[in-house]
Ligand binder design. Structure first.
Ligand SMILES: [Zn+2]
Length: 93
């Protein structure tokens, strides 16, 4: 350990929603190189060796950030619509 680079550190906050409960999912085969972490609230998952825009709240793109209100208001995953019958879908007019 003679390099002067900052080792990867787990973020204290979820990059996406700023939640403070971060789960350790797994780590690198060689210990200490990277970890995979997951937010307990929004389920965002990242590897600590990814760029800051994926791992740090202060660098995460604002358009992808979530607030608790966003999460509470998030719709369910849309269901796959039923298949169209043979007469319903006319591909050409
Ligand atoms: Zn989160």
């Amino acid at each position: 350990m003679s390099d002067n680079t900052t080792p990867p550190r787990p973020t204290a906050l979820c990059p996406r929603c700023a939640h403070e409960t971060i789960e350790h999912i797994t780590g690198s085969p060689a210990p200490g190189v990277w970890e995979v972490l997951q937010c307990a609230r929004c389920l965002y998952m990242w590897r600590t060796s990814e760029p800051a825009r994926r791992t740090r709240r202060d660098a995460y793109p604002a358009e992808f950030m979530l607030t608790p209100e966003d999460i509470g208001a998030a719709p369910e995953v849309p269901a796959v619509p039923p298949l169209r019958g043979p007469e319903a879908g006319t591909a050409t007019r």
